[in-house]
Design a protein around this ligand. Sequence first.
Ligand SMILES: NC(=O)c1ccc[n+]([C@@H]2O[C@H](COP(=O)([O-])OP(=O)(O)OC[C@H]3O[C@@H](n4cnc5c(N)ncnc54)[C@H](O)[C@@H]3O)[C@@H](O)[C@H]2O)c1
Ligand SMILES: O=c1ccn([C@@H]2O[C@H](COP(=O)(O)OP(=O)(O)O[C@H]3O[C@H](CO)[C@H](O)[C@H](O)[C@H]3O)[C@@H](O)[C@H]2O)c(=O)[nH]1
Length: 331
Amino acid sequence: MKLLVTGGAGYIGSVVTRMLLDHGHQVTVLDDLRTGHREALAPDATHAELPVHEAARVLTPDAGFDGVLHFAALIAAGESMIRPELYWDTNTVGSLALIDAVRAARVPRMVFSSTAAVYGNPTELPIPETAVKAPTSTYGATKLAVDMALTSEAIAHDLAAVSLRYFNVAGAYLRDGLAIGERHAPETHLIPIALDVAAGRRDKLQLFGDDYPTVDGTCVRDYIHVEDLARAHLLALDAATPGRHRIYNLGNGNGFTNRQVVDVVREVTGHPVPVEVAPRREGDPAELVASSALARDELGWTPAKATLHDMVGDAWAFYRAHVAGEREREE
Ligand SMILES: NC(=O)c1ccc[n+]([C@@H]2O[C@H](COP(=O)([O-])OP(=O)(O)OC[C@H]3O[C@@H](n4cnc5c(N)ncnc54)[C@H](O)[C@@H]3O)[C@@H](O)[C@H]2O)c1
Ligand SMILES: O=c1ccn([C@@H]2O[C@H](COP(=O)(O)OP(=O)(O)O[C@H]3O[C@H](CO)[C@H](O)[C@H](O)[C@H]3O)[C@@H](O)[C@H]2O)c(=O)[nH]1
């Protein structure tokens, strides 16, 4: 297939691009590099350095694209509470422009990166796709709006749409000397920050809140390896059906508290990783654990790297190979 991947210079989009190319697809990456990395771009993909709002410049009716995978977004829930206008414009206005371009170019299928953040504080655990959607962050709300737009687009204009609601993505893609991992700037995610502490680049980890109604008072999250997540995108492209918007949660169905995650980082790195309890971060739900039964049943998806040790181990291998040296050069 000829595919457009938005956000293909980012963490997840660059891994999915590699897998699509490995499976013989032709890929154009649309990414304006606002948070991505030029060196994460796959050499065998074409790159259009454009904002997603201008996707119509690439997605022309004559270009013959068979599908779009839409990763481009701003992703920090905490920041989205402080700069909501930026998130509405990038994530929602940008996605609506992309959907317009998809329609105008008669592209038959679209796969969208949605998120567990659409559910807010869940009323049932593990969370099925049918659960109440009540986002606690602007980030989650901007993604839910796009999910809703895709539902109407599928019904009204026969688009084959799939939303994949990722839970917490972790780990790295390691192949024949190639390592792609998480590198957000500023980094806000728990595991890469804990690895920074283990590598001696930060003194301590701040734990945001220890008074949640969970086993040890810290938030619970469901982690999924980026490689397992990437495979789900290939399955979603095949399962996409004209006139339907399919929605799948992607997680392992196991919750880990933030303290348990830090313990695994200590085991994997052999570093004590000191922590300091800090106030809660606004917009954080207490517990998010996925039911991915639908993805397993309908897509035939089964995660292969399901343990936190797998994910933290691969993230640490990536960190030592790339991030540590890069930070040293920056200093
Ligand atoms: N990382 C996670 O744990 C997680 C969890 C749930 C959902 N998601 C979703 O997955 C997707 C990818 O996340 P990621 O962790 O790879 O993020 P990332 O920040 O590493 O990558 C995002 C990429 O999109 C590009 N981009 C952003 N806005 C753009 C715009 N308007 N026009 C063009 N390019 C733009 C950036 O330059 C970057 O390369 C996002 O949509 C995110 O909401 C991520
Ligand atoms: O320095 C830190 C960083 C994070 N945390 C805590 O660790 C947990 C996980 O936080 P992350 O920032 O790693 O991940 P989130 O659960 O906030 O968000 C991630 O998963 C969501 C879906 O669940 C969204 O899609 C979002 O894009 C993605 O970043 C939260 O309780 C957070 O408060 C800390 O205690 N200290």
